[in-house]
Design a protein around this ligand. Structure first.
Ligand code: FES
Length: 180
Protein backbone atom coordinates (compact mmCIF):
# COMPACT_ATOMS: atom_id res chain seq x y z
CA UNK A 1 0.00 0.00 0.00
CA UNK A 2 1.32 3.44 -0.87
CA UNK A 3 2.20 5.81 1.96
CA UNK A 4 -0.55 8.16 2.88
CA UNK A 5 0.26 11.85 3.23
CA UNK A 6 0.62 12.83 6.87
CA UNK A 7 -2.38 14.67 8.11
CA UNK A 8 -2.40 17.13 10.97
CA UNK A 9 -5.64 17.19 12.87
CA UNK A 10 -6.76 20.22 14.78
CA UNK A 11 -9.54 20.71 17.24
CA UNK A 12 -10.81 23.74 15.43
CA UNK A 13 -10.62 25.37 12.02
CA UNK A 14 -7.19 26.93 12.76
CA UNK A 15 -4.21 25.49 14.66
CA UNK A 16 -4.34 26.25 18.37
CA UNK A 17 -1.37 27.64 20.31
CA UNK A 18 -0.86 24.18 21.81
CA UNK A 19 -0.61 22.65 18.30
CA UNK A 20 2.02 25.18 17.37
CA UNK A 21 4.13 24.45 20.45
CA UNK A 22 3.92 20.72 19.73
CA UNK A 23 5.04 21.15 16.10
CA UNK A 24 7.82 23.55 17.08
CA UNK A 25 9.23 21.25 19.78
CA UNK A 26 9.21 18.35 17.30
CA UNK A 27 11.40 20.38 14.95
CA UNK A 28 13.87 21.20 17.74
CA UNK A 29 14.04 17.49 18.60
CA UNK A 30 15.03 16.61 15.03
CA UNK A 31 17.78 19.21 14.99
CA UNK A 32 19.02 17.95 18.36
CA UNK A 33 19.36 14.40 16.99
CA UNK A 34 21.28 15.69 13.99
CA UNK A 35 23.70 17.62 16.22
CA UNK A 36 24.33 14.57 18.42
CA UNK A 37 24.73 12.26 15.42
CA UNK A 38 27.35 14.37 13.63
CA UNK A 39 30.18 14.08 16.21
CA UNK A 40 29.58 10.29 16.35
CA UNK A 41 29.79 9.95 12.57
CA UNK A 42 32.84 12.21 12.53
CA UNK A 43 34.62 10.07 15.16
CA UNK A 44 33.97 6.96 13.11
CA UNK A 45 35.80 8.46 10.14
CA UNK A 46 39.30 7.04 10.69
CA UNK A 47 41.21 9.37 8.39
CA UNK A 48 39.69 12.70 9.49
CA UNK A 49 42.69 13.79 11.57
CA UNK A 50 45.13 12.52 8.93
CA UNK A 51 43.32 14.57 6.29
CA UNK A 52 43.44 17.67 8.47
CA UNK A 53 47.23 17.48 8.65
CA UNK A 54 47.89 16.48 5.09
CA UNK A 55 50.31 18.46 3.02
CA UNK A 56 51.69 17.72 -0.40
CA UNK A 57 54.88 18.53 -2.24
CA UNK A 58 54.59 19.39 -5.89
CA UNK A 59 57.30 19.67 -8.54
CA UNK A 60 56.76 22.77 -10.67
CA UNK A 61 59.49 22.12 -13.20
CA UNK A 62 57.18 20.54 -15.79
CA UNK A 63 54.73 23.45 -15.98
CA UNK A 64 55.38 25.64 -19.01
CA UNK A 65 55.07 29.39 -18.87
CA UNK A 66 51.44 30.32 -19.48
CA UNK A 67 50.22 26.89 -18.39
CA UNK A 68 47.94 26.10 -15.44
CA UNK A 69 47.68 22.70 -13.79
CA UNK A 70 44.93 21.68 -11.43
CA UNK A 71 46.03 19.42 -8.60
CA UNK A 72 44.17 18.06 -5.59
CA UNK A 73 44.97 19.01 -2.01
CA UNK A 74 42.82 17.85 0.92
CA UNK A 75 40.07 17.02 -1.52
CA UNK A 76 40.13 20.52 -3.03
CA UNK A 77 41.17 21.44 -6.55
CA UNK A 78 44.11 23.84 -6.60
CA UNK A 79 45.27 25.89 -9.58
CA UNK A 80 49.01 26.11 -10.11
CA UNK A 81 49.62 28.79 -12.71
CA UNK A 82 52.98 29.60 -14.29
CA UNK A 83 52.38 33.26 -15.08
CA UNK A 84 53.92 35.00 -18.06
CA UNK A 85 55.86 38.25 -17.65
CA UNK A 86 52.86 40.03 -19.13
CA UNK A 87 50.47 38.39 -16.62
CA UNK A 88 52.69 39.65 -13.80
CA UNK A 89 53.08 43.19 -15.14
CA UNK A 90 49.34 43.59 -15.65
CA UNK A 91 48.59 42.26 -12.17
CA UNK A 92 51.20 44.48 -10.51
CA UNK A 93 50.03 47.61 -12.32
CA UNK A 94 46.34 47.24 -11.50
CA UNK A 95 45.24 50.06 -9.18
CA UNK A 96 43.76 48.76 -5.94
CA UNK A 97 40.85 51.14 -6.47
CA UNK A 98 39.79 48.96 -9.44
CA UNK A 99 39.43 45.92 -7.21
CA UNK A 100 36.35 44.60 -5.48
CA UNK A 101 38.46 42.78 -2.85
CA UNK A 102 41.60 44.97 -2.87
CA UNK A 103 44.84 43.02 -2.56
CA UNK A 104 48.14 43.94 -4.22
CA UNK A 105 49.72 41.33 -6.47
CA UNK A 106 52.52 40.99 -3.92
CA UNK A 107 50.02 39.61 -1.39
CA UNK A 108 48.93 36.91 -3.82
CA UNK A 109 52.35 35.36 -4.55
CA UNK A 110 55.63 34.67 -2.74
CA UNK A 111 58.43 37.19 -3.11
CA UNK A 112 61.04 35.96 -5.58
CA UNK A 113 58.54 33.46 -7.06
CA UNK A 114 56.13 35.93 -8.66
CA UNK A 115 55.69 33.70 -11.69
CA UNK A 116 53.82 31.11 -9.57
CA UNK A 117 50.21 31.67 -8.62
CA UNK A 118 48.72 28.95 -6.40
CA UNK A 119 45.05 29.19 -5.45
CA UNK A 120 42.12 27.04 -4.44
CA UNK A 121 40.15 26.54 -7.62
CA UNK A 122 36.66 27.20 -6.28
CA UNK A 123 34.82 30.35 -7.23
CA UNK A 124 34.12 32.39 -4.11
CA UNK A 125 30.50 32.83 -5.15
CA UNK A 126 29.12 29.29 -4.91
CA UNK A 127 32.15 27.11 -5.49
CA UNK A 128 32.18 26.25 -9.20
CA UNK A 129 35.55 25.73 -10.85
CA UNK A 130 36.38 28.70 -13.09
CA UNK A 131 37.79 28.28 -16.59
CA UNK A 132 41.38 29.45 -17.15
CA UNK A 133 42.63 31.93 -19.75
CA UNK A 134 39.14 33.33 -20.00
CA UNK A 135 37.06 36.28 -18.93
CA UNK A 136 37.55 40.01 -19.37
CA UNK A 137 40.77 40.24 -17.34
CA UNK A 138 42.93 37.47 -18.80
CA UNK A 139 42.64 35.24 -15.75
CA UNK A 140 39.66 33.01 -15.06
CA UNK A 141 35.97 33.07 -15.84
CA UNK A 142 33.34 31.25 -13.80
CA UNK A 143 30.57 30.23 -16.19
CA UNK A 144 28.11 29.38 -13.40
CA UNK A 145 27.04 32.97 -12.81
CA UNK A 146 29.61 35.05 -14.67
CA UNK A 147 32.41 36.01 -12.28
CA UNK A 148 35.68 37.24 -13.81
CA UNK A 149 39.08 36.94 -12.12
CA UNK A 150 42.35 38.58 -13.18
CA UNK A 151 45.88 37.19 -13.56
CA UNK A 152 46.34 37.33 -9.78
CA UNK A 153 43.04 35.49 -9.18
CA UNK A 154 41.36 38.65 -7.91
CA UNK A 155 37.67 39.03 -8.56
CA UNK A 156 36.99 41.86 -11.00
CA UNK A 157 33.39 41.43 -12.09
CA UNK A 158 30.31 39.31 -11.32
CA UNK A 159 28.70 38.04 -8.13
CA UNK A 160 31.80 36.49 -6.49
CA UNK A 161 32.52 38.54 -3.35
CA UNK A 162 36.18 37.66 -2.78
CA UNK A 163 39.40 36.82 -4.58
CA UNK A 164 40.21 33.16 -5.16
CA UNK A 165 41.51 31.77 -1.87
CA UNK A 166 45.21 31.06 -1.39
CA UNK A 167 46.10 27.83 0.40
CA UNK A 168 49.00 27.85 2.88
CA UNK A 169 52.14 26.96 0.93
CA UNK A 170 55.89 27.49 0.83
CA UNK A 171 58.70 26.95 -1.59
CA UNK A 172 61.01 24.13 -0.59
CA UNK A 173 63.28 25.05 -3.52
CA UNK A 174 62.84 27.02 -6.74
CA UNK A 175 60.95 24.14 -8.32
CA UNK A 176 59.41 22.37 -5.36
CA UNK A 177 56.45 23.71 -3.44
CA UNK A 178 54.78 22.35 -0.33
CA UNK A 179 51.06 22.99 -0.04
CA UNK A 180 49.49 22.63 3.39
S1 FES B 1 29.78 29.99 -8.61
FE1 FES B 1 31.10 31.25 -9.79
S2 FES B 1 29.87 32.92 -10.32
FE2 FES B 1 28.56 31.71 -9.12
Amino acid sequence: MADQPTQVQHDGPTPSRRDFIYVASGAVGAVGVALVAWPLIDQLNPDASVKALASIEFDLSGIEEGQTLTIMWRGLPVFVRHRTADNITVAQNTPLTDLKDPEPDSARVKEGHEQWLIMIANCTHLGCIPVGDAGDFGGWFCPCHGSHYDTAGRVRKGPAPKNLVLPPYDFVSDTLVQIG
